[in-house]
Design a protein around this ligand. Structure first.
Ligand SMILES: [Zn+2]
Length: 107
């Protein structure tokens, strides 16, 4: 496993632990929870680097590398599972309605 893959894995696990990223229970696709506060993930990232454990070693004690990676991860993550387009949060039903409208327009 390359360094960037390891770092990516650490960033993903932090995001999942803080529930900023969620996993679809059906398709195991990762998506961003819009209602979650990304600050929690950044705080955990900084805390892990400060503890000088394997995380600190992996990122050479540079919390910025990890927080930048988290930012990229959140920016790139879809807002719901790409395969079922139906996250468990009720707020997303709006989005589904919009999608249905767009499909009707195409017809
Ligand atoms: Zn799904």
């Amino acid at each position: 496993m390359s360094t960037s893959e390891k770092r990516q894995g650490i960033a993903v696990s932090i995001a999942l632990q803080t529930h900023v990223l969620r996993t679809c229970p059906v398709h195991h696709q990762i998506y961003l929870d819009e209602d979650a506060d990304p600050a929690g993930a950044f705080a955990l990232a900084i805390e892990l680097i400060r503890k000088h454990g394997p995380y600190a070693q992996e990122f050479h004690n540079n919390a910025h590398t990890l927080t930048d990676l988290l930012s990229d991860l959140f920016a790139a993550a879809p807002l719901c599972c790409a395969q079922c387009q139906l996250p468990p949060a009720s707020a997303s039903l709006r989005n589904l309605g919009g999608l249905r409208e767009r499909v009707l327009e195409v017809r």
